[in-house]
Design a protein. Structure first.
Length: 381
């Protein structure tokens, strides 16, 4: 099923408003794609354009109110939101600011207006307009006490199903990599073809694709693909964030170009051991920090991780969201959280290897959403 039943949004709103009451919030102001979509179902690629601002006001009681450019009214009207206030944008003189301030004053009065705050949040408002909004609003803007992050961290069964579908699509594309990768083939060509495979297998779009290739590992995992041809002894890594119905997968696979060296084989097997160590303890009550230490003990002997920083993160409507698997993250896992397990290991001469899987926390453990990899790399002759 594409999208969600209206009951999904009603439940999200009810949970938000219960938390808002506990934190004495008269309204919440949401400004980013994921936050607005979470409460409305408003799914569009038009967010790629920074020319227009979009706002959603979540009241203490009643349904959300959209304050958006008129170009988005028809699509927003297809969601469950029925109070849609628009302006003709962009308007350099008043780009929806008066309309938003009037809406906030009507809904919140002099009350407290929560704004998402904390890790992986930001305010998507032009700086000059933000000052104008604050001066024209009667209420007080305050952090939302982590309400939106807390709600989004725990996925419904319907959300998990979409993430798992994205993972399955990527799994079928990864299985076809031997069709597009070979000695002498440029890495850049492999990247382009892999995106094509993801689309052929059912991805709606592929906002993220990273990776690398070099002998016994690769220099980093975020660089654009170079035109360098693949050579025997290389390890090819592809890491995709493909989207299905607005939800991401995020995992990678390593491939040996020709027979893998002992260095590469050992590194890959240890990465799988690290993932398994974390999966063995991933259950409600375990902390993000404990998952980090379980993987770090395997890949570094407990030295505290690599320069990459974290060994996994939350996953859902965004490629990365919520928790970071680092030693300093005390987040306690609960059933319904979806996250990545992403250990990395140094191989030789400054090169690394990384392996990533996607899991969901269940009442008594965890379940792999990505097709679980074994210790042996696929060899492409």
């Amino acid at each position: 099923m594409r999208g969600f039943a209206q009951s999904e949004y009603e439940l999200r709103l009810a949970r938000a408003q219960k938390l808002m009451a506990a934190h004495d919030l008269s309204a919440m102001l949401l400004t980013t794609e994921a936050e607005i979509r979470y409460f409305t179902g408003f799914l569009t690629r038009f967010w790629e354009s920074p020319s227009r601002a979009w706002y959603l006001v979540v009241p203490a009681t009643g349904k959300p109110v959209a304050v958006i450019p008129s170009i988005g009214a028809a699509l927003m009207a297809q969601t469950w939101v029925d109070d849609i206030r628009t302006w003709r944008a962009p308007d350099p003189a008043d780009d929806g600011i008066s309309l938003l301030a009037d809406t906030l004053n009507e809904i919140a009065g002099t009350g407290r207006i929560g704004i998402p705050s904390g890790p992986e949040t930001y305010l998507r408002i032009p700086q000059s307009d933000w000052g104008w909004i604050k001066s024209g609003t009667f209420g007080q803007f305050v952090p939302d006490s982590g309400i939106t992050a807390r709600l989004r961290a725990v996925k419904s069964d319907a959300e998990i199903s979409k993430i798992e579908t994205a993972c399955t699509i990527a799994g079928r594309a990864f299985a076809r990599v031997p069709q597009i990768a070979a000695q002498g083939r440029a890495l850049s060509a492999v990247f382009r073809d892999f995106q094509r495979l993801l689309l052929e297998e059912g991805a709606d779009w592929v906002p993220y694709l990273a990776g690398g290739a070099d002998r016994d590992g690769y220099g980093d995992v975020i660089s654009p693909a170079a035109d360098r041809p693949l050579a025997q002894g290389d390890v090819l890594m592809l890491d995709t964030g493909a989207v299905f119905d607005g939800y991401f997968c995020d995992y990678d696979r390593n491939f040996a170009i020709g027979p893998a060296s002992a260095i590469a084989r050992d590194a890959h097997a240890r990465l799988i051991d690290a993932v398994n160590a974390a999966a063995d303890i991933a259950r409600p009550g375990t902390t993000a920090a404990e998952l980090f230490h379980a993987m770090d003990k395997v890949v570094t002997g407990g030295a505290g991780g690599s320069d990459a920083g974290r060994l996994g993160h939350g996953l859902g409507m965004q490629l990365t969201e919520g928790m970071s698997l680092i030693a300093a993250d005390p987040t306690v896992l609960v059933a319904g959280m979806v996250l990545t397990l992403e250990p990395g290991i140094d191989t030789v001469d400054g090169r690394i290897m990384v392996h990533e899987e996607n899991i969901v926390i269940t009442p008594d453990g965890c379940r792999f959403l990505s097709p679980r990899a074994g210790p042996d790399m696929v060899v492409i002759e």
